[in-house]
Design a protein around this ligand. Sequence first.
Ligand SMILES: Cc1cc2nc3c(=O)[nH]c(=O)nc-3n(C[C@H](O)[C@H](O)[C@H](O)COP(=O)(O)OP(=O)(O)OC[C@H]3O[C@@H](n4cnc5c(N)ncnc54)[C@H](O)[C@@H]3O)c2cc1C
Length: 317
Amino acid sequence: MGGFASDISLGSVLETLKSLYGVAQSTDEKQLLDWHLANLEYANAGCLSNLSAAQWDQDDPFEMAGDHCFLAGGNGRLIKAMCEGVAIFYRKTVNTIRYGNEGVEIIAGDQVFQADFALCTVPLGVLKKKAINFQPELPARKLESIERMGFGLLNKVAMVFPHVFWGEERDTFGCLNEKSHDRGEFFLFYGYHTVSGGSALIALVAGEAAQTFETTDPSILLNRVLAILKGIFQPKGITVPDPIQSICTRWGSDPLSYGSYSHVSVQSSGQDYDILAENVGNRLFFAGEATCRQYPATMHGAFMSGLREADRAEITI
Ligand SMILES: Cc1cc2nc3c(=O)[nH]c(=O)nc-3n(C[C@H](O)[C@H](O)[C@H](O)COP(=O)(O)OP(=O)(O)OC[C@H]3O[C@@H](n4cnc5c(N)ncnc54)[C@H](O)[C@@H]3O)c2cc1C
């Protein structure tokens, strides 16, 4: 698909096809289809109504072979290893970046850091919010890409229970929702007991539900997710205990991200990732998942974009 299809959302195409072919008429089929649509919204961190019908899967040809996997002990181990010997200043929120022929100045509160070059890796959500004041303003084509690209939501409730009640051998299980607009609410659960060593269970919230989740009281959300778990396990004679600890993510309102990860929204294309990756005046470089056309929305995409920019900066020097 191309041409006019870049103005059409994946959601509207699927809705049209669904009614044209009379797909998923029974309640069971409808709920099952909704589950798969929620899964698609999870993968893209966005509502289907915002995804480009023509370009949403532009990165598919680059997909790596092999299974998805969890890193035992958590991703933090990887980050820790990469940070060894690197000077990192924590709790410095950059509010201004000045750049020009002489070099760059990074301003965080009352501190000014000067350098020959800078690599900006803040999330696309932060760029969209204009939380950083670039002086001079970024080129118009980059600003237009930032505007066009999608940066949506995937939220989670993470819970630690006194024991693994969902089955030691079970890594993941799903749940069908009755209403289409709630289809992404707690539709998928991941057990982390095999990787974290504790009885941790994570419930995913995608699509429209991820947006309402942001403004709903965590105690209400916890009660809802527990009711779902009880609905699944109590008929099997399994008691669902109260969690020892729980946390609800709020990626959309976090001022250091303003969203979860990027997607190709209506009007956008893979080219916008390349434009976001362009450096400005050989002084200001950009990396991060939203600059990686082949592997966007992933950890490895973010990592590879860092290697790419280190290489570019070295060539420039
Ligand atoms: C819920 C969820 C599930 C995910 N699941 C997976 C998965 O299963 N597999 C996978 O590969 N990827 C997954 N991802 C995506 C992956 O986490 C991201 O693609 C990756 O972390 C992006 O890395 P990044 O370096 O581009 O941005 P980030 O990791 O967001 O790093 C940006 C950094 O910039 C900092 N920052 C922001 N604003 C400022 C400022 N003004 N001043 C100073 N610092 C600032 C932030 O604090 C942050 O440390 C998931 C993401 C989410 C949210």
